[in-house]
Ligand binder design. Structure first.
Ligand SMILES: *Cc1c(COP(=O)(O)O)cnc(C)c1O
Length: 364
């Protein structure tokens, strides 16, 4: 195999923090072992710190980011409910699919890919939705959608936010912005391999949980006893012990560095990359003012690719010659846009410099 030299700069998993990989080697305890429960409690406390929330119900769902999406939605959405969803990329679209399968009514607020959604349009879309849902960092386009304005004027609605690619990478204030439900993923800016979906849920949202969630596995009313139940934890499903060690360690790295410093490191790398690409004559895809530092989308310079090579050949060449993985475009921008991730441990200036030099060597 020998893939350990890979520099993962796609929008998917990045290179985990070394401390995280070390944590995977810890002895496996039972999921009800007091020592493990203590570590879980500490993990949830660390999650509250990075989510900037006091929410008691804050824990990692035992599956990837999409499970956090389903878990937050299926506990507050019942058949017939109205859910306003912002759609300017793949992940807003995925939320619509989940909500539709729950038998609820989806009110779509669409924006062109590469542009941010105007918060006022989210607020004006329906007079009394049960939930307003949007994606903070759209990984498919590299665009940041504004959240605080929606939270300030949400009224009776619950505000649900996809923070998969924002948590740990850019400023995010769950309590101050009035977010009721948020979910994330371990493999983006948290610098941990894929496998868990940290979620946080306000008391206001818990009061409005559906009677009986349509998912058994993701029923947070049932899981709550295990994750926040004080001394007597009851078994719901077996916690993925080693993944939680990894998350605990990744959050530890971030809090040790200081959350603001981690975010500043992401911003510095994003700025370097944006400037470097533009200096090479490339054009960024995401709207100025709403560009994410942790995922950069850039128009592929189709007229500057090596003779007889298409963009996928170039990505293969980058991987083969330099061991650097970058991402292609999805949906309507497939073949037109590259997506470059600088997330977690990968967000280091030297990685940006290496990628820019490699691209300069390849492109005409
Ligand atoms: C990656 C991602 C997801 C899905 O997470 P998985 O871990 O792939 O299930 C959801 N939303 C956004 C914004 C993402 O970037």
């Amino acid at each position: 195999m020998g893939h350990s030299d890979r520099l993962l700069m796609g929008p998917g998993p990045g290179n985990p923090y070394p401390e995280v990989l070390e944590a995977f080697g810890r002895p496996v305890l039972g999921h009800l072992d007091p020592e493990f429960i203590e570590l879980l409690d500490e993990t949830n406390e660390r999650l509250r710190a990075v989510y900037r929330t006091e929410n008691a119900l804050t824990f990692p769902v035992s599956a990837t980011g999409s499970a956090g999406m389903e878990a937050t939605l299926c506990n507050v959405v019942a058949p017939g409910d109205v859910v306003v969803i912002g759609v300017n990329g793949v992940f807003g679209e995925r939320m619509c699919d989940v909500v539709d399968r729950l038998g609820a009514e989806v009110v779509r607020v669409e924006e062109e890919w590469g542009r941010a959604i105007d918060p006022q349009r989210m607020l004006d879309a329906h007079p009394s939705p049960k939930v307003i849902a949007t994606v903070h960092a759209e990984t498919s386009t590299g665009v940041r959608n504004d959240i605080a304005e929606i939270g300030a004027a949400k009224g009776d609605a619950l505000l649900l936010v996809d923070c998969v690619t924002s948590l740990g990478g850019i400023p995010l204030e769950v309590d101050a912005w009035g977010i009721d439900l948020a979910y994330s993923g371990t493999q983006k800016c948290l610098g941990v391999p894929p496998g868990l979906s940290p979620v946080t849920v306000s008391d206001r949202a818990i009061e409005r949980f559906v009677e009986r969630s349509q998912s058994w596995y993701l029923d947070m009313a049932m899981i709550a006893n295990y994750v926040t139940g004080g001394g007597a934890r009851a078994y719901h499903h077996t916690a993925p012990i080693s993944m939680i060690y990894g998350l605990h360690a990744g959050l530890g790295v971030i809090l040790e560095e200081g959350l603001a410093n981690t975010q500043a490191r992401h911003q510095e790398c994003g700025d370097m990359l944006h400037e470097g690409l533009q200096k090479m004559g490339l054009e960024l895809f995401a709207e100025e003012g709403h560009r994410l530092p942790e995922v950069t989308s850039v128009h592929i310079p189709l007229d500057r690719l090596p003779r007889d090579q298409d963009e996928a050949d170039v990505r293969r060449y980058l991987l083969g010659r330099y061991g650097i993985e970058i991402g292609g475009g999805l949906g309507p921008v497939a073949g037109k846009v590259w997506r470059i991730g600088c997330m977690g441990h990968t967000a280091r200036p030297r990685n940006v410099t290496l990628l820019l030099a490699a691209l300069a060597e390849i492109l005409d």
